[in-house]
Design a protein around this ligand. Structure first.
Ligand code: F0G
Length: 459
């Protein structure tokens, strides 16, 4: 029987959920044009759309919110946050911003010139976008195991080091403006990166004189995987592992809406380069506001400084990753194909395997996400062909390498019973999988269509 790691907290405040009937959900789906982003969250029973900004803050964080100093300049929370970042990451300079993509908007133009490349294990979508906005090209060089959903590998998020070297040699080091390490590797399914791989990537970066940046959205989950899986780290604390990992990079961007367990917030960290940090501060003022608040309220700074420490507590991380592993184990026992091993923040169901009769151009990942909502009011999302915009010239629908339905776990929000509801719904769906139909798009915008497209079932 899969093991559930009990919560290292008890519940003090509750938020009621709406229970809907199947008929109501059918109606809501129609009204939303079968786009789950268009559903009112009030109609969702278990919301697994994202683990970003959807976590539950602790009583200490809420107390911090009350203590928040709303002074325009020099607020207390700012100094507290700077101390926390120096302590946890060992970086001298820190700039708060309102979320992860704001950090990218400020930091990437400091590194990238027109015509250069940004090379990463895998860029997250928004990072990719900000690289493109610098008129530079994002290049992903992940290990081949990342694309193998069935076989165990401890660090499927790793950079492919020989391929990284080969790429730099091919285009020339002056063409690579920055090397990015995304931990955990969200695009590969929240898969971790090993310390050895971070160290080796850093060696290559130094050898060629290229700056290295960590995308730190899920840094604590990554550190936990290193502790559990990498030889030599079992006896190290999460903070020690974090300090070592960040010592190999020059700067980081962070969406604090994930591992720092706040509903809004982000960070830029600069290890020691004063000139770089001066540039960062210079861009922060017009984009995000004065440097001591960076797009956040004083109360948000307090909650973030506290959340950074809560997010690296070992008991919390054991429970957190334990939840994802529990759901993964229950699903695997029931023969539901998922990406294995599970990553840190989500379950990725292999919709192509579960719904083999639905071709990629009828969007199996989206069809399964819709069916889960219909079955039990659970909201996930497609990470597959539906997410890929058609070719701008030919209008042709590209085929994704993998057709996933992603189910994210918000932090400290759902219980074991909720996860059992998710498993039961998927088991029911599997029984009648052959009856599930594909979808076609009836309207779509030019770019990022999955957020707003309108669909209809294929009869
Ligand atoms: N980097 C990574 C690895 C992310 O996963 C995200 C956001 C960002 C940067 C951007 O941060 O949203 O605060 O601006 N990921 C969310 C998700 C949206 O659902 O995976 P942001």
């Amino acid at each position: 029987m899969p093991k559930y790691i009990p919560e290292p907290f008890k519940i003090k405040v509750v938020e009621p959920l709406t229970m809907t009937t199947r008929e109501e959900r059918e109606q809501y789906l129609k009204e939303a044009n079968y786009n789950l982003f268009a559903l009112k969250s009030d109609y969702v029973y278990i919301d697994m759309l994202s683990d970003s900004g959807s976590g539950a803050m602790s009583d200490s964080q809420w107390a911090g919110m009350m203590r928040g100093d709303e002074s325009y300049a020099g607020a207390r929370g700012y100094y507290r946050l700077v101390d926390a970042v120096r302590d946890i990451f060992g970086y001298r300079y820190v700039q708060p911003v309102h979320q992860g993509r704001a950090a990218e908007k400020i930091l990437y133009p400091c590194f990238l010139k027109e015509g250069q490349f940004s090379v990463a294990n895998m860029h997250f979508d928004t990072t990719r976008g900000h690289v493109a906005l610098c008129n530079a090209t994002p290049k992903d060089i992940v290990v081949p195991e990342a694309r193998d959903t069935e076989n165990y590998a401890p660090f499927k998020g790793n950079m492919n080091i020989p391929a990284l070297r080969a790429f730099i040699e091919e285009v020339g080091p002056e063409k690579v403006g920055v090397i990015v390490m995304t931990i955990t590797n969200n695009t590969a399914g929240g898969q971790p990166v090993s310390m050895e791989n971070i160290r080796e990537t850093s060696k290559v970066a130094k050898e060629y004189g290229i700056p290295m940046v960590i995308d730190a959205a899920r840094f604590a989950e990554n550190a936990y995987f290193i502790k559990m899986r990498e030889p030599g780290y079992a006896d190290k604390s999460i903070i020690e592992i974090t300090r070592e990992a960040f010592s190999y990079a020059d700067a980081f961007t962070m969406s604090a809406k994930k591992d720092a367990i706040v509903n809004i917030g982000g960070l830029i960290g600069v290890k020691e380069d004063e000139e770089l940090f001066t540039k960062v501060q210079g861009l922060t003022v017009p984009y995000e506001g004065f440097i001591t608040y960076g797009g956040l309220a004083g109360r948000d700074l307090e909650a973030l400084a506290i959340g950074l420490y809560e997010g690296i507590e070992l008991d919390y991380l054991r429970y957190r990753i334990g939840q994802v592993e529990y759901l993964g184990d229950v699903l695997r026992e029931a023969g539901i194909p998922i990406q294995y091993p599970v990553g840190g923040h989500a379950i990725f169901i292999d919709a192509k395997k579960l719904l083999p009769h639905i071709p990629y151009y009828q969007f199996p990942g989206q069809a399964l996400a819709i069916e889960l909502y219909r079955e039990a009011g659970i909201r996930g999302c497609d990470i597959g062909s539906y997410m890929l915009d058609p070719d701008p010239v030919t209008g042709e629908q590209p085929e994704a390498e993998l057709e996933f339905t992603r189910l994210c776990l918000p932090r400290r929000v759902y219980t074991q019973a909720h996860l059992d509801v998710v498993a039961e719904a998927l088991i029911n769906i599997k029984k009648r999988a052959h009856e599930i139909k594909g979808y076609e798009i009836v309207w779509q915008p030019k770019v990022l269509r999955h957020f707003t497209a309108k669909l209809r079932p294929i009869e």
